[in-house]
Write a protein of this length. Structure first.
Length: 139
């Protein structure tokens, strides 16, 4: 507890923030490490969001792993795949949401849900426990 307290105090210091920024710039110059670092930072930002919003904010459901079985996920991007609009849907696993899988799904097969990202993550991490008894899609 005391260690966490002191780390918190230090991280609020402008000197420490400048040092961390310097280390970050150094790491970004390293050929192999920079790719891993940038990817890890993007994933971390996706889970935590940013001050500008972002993160996994669009909650969706897709029929996976088979028809009439729905999986909750997050629409992370929309792309043109062979002339048809598709979405990247990241489906976190239960109970560890930072592992999961990514599917490319036609937009016509994606159902937007009336849930916040926080509500969806609670449902996913808890394996559906404590979820409301009604789940609605957005019209």
């Amino acid at each position: 507890f005391i260690l966490i307290f002191f780390v918190g105090i230090l991280s609020s210091s402008s000197v420490v923030r400048a040092f961390i920024k310097y280390i970050e710039q150094f790491v970004e110059r390293l050929p192999l490490v920079n790719a891993i670092y940038r990817t890890s930072k993007q994933v971390s930002t996706a889970f935590t969001g940013t001050k500008k919003g972002g993160g996994f904010s669009r909650v969706v459901a897709i029929e996976y792993p088979k028809e009439s079985v729905w999986t909750i996920g997050f629409l992370t991007n929309i792309i043109d795949f062979d002339g048809v609009e598709h979405g990247y849907v990241y489906m976190p696993s239960t109970p560890v949401p930072n592992t999961g899988w990514l599917s490319v799904v036609p937009m016509t097969k994606i159902k937007s849900l009336d849930l916040t990202a926080e509500q969806a993550m609670r449902i996913i991490v808890a394996g559906g426990l404590g979820a409301s008894e009604i789940l609605k899609s957005k019209k």
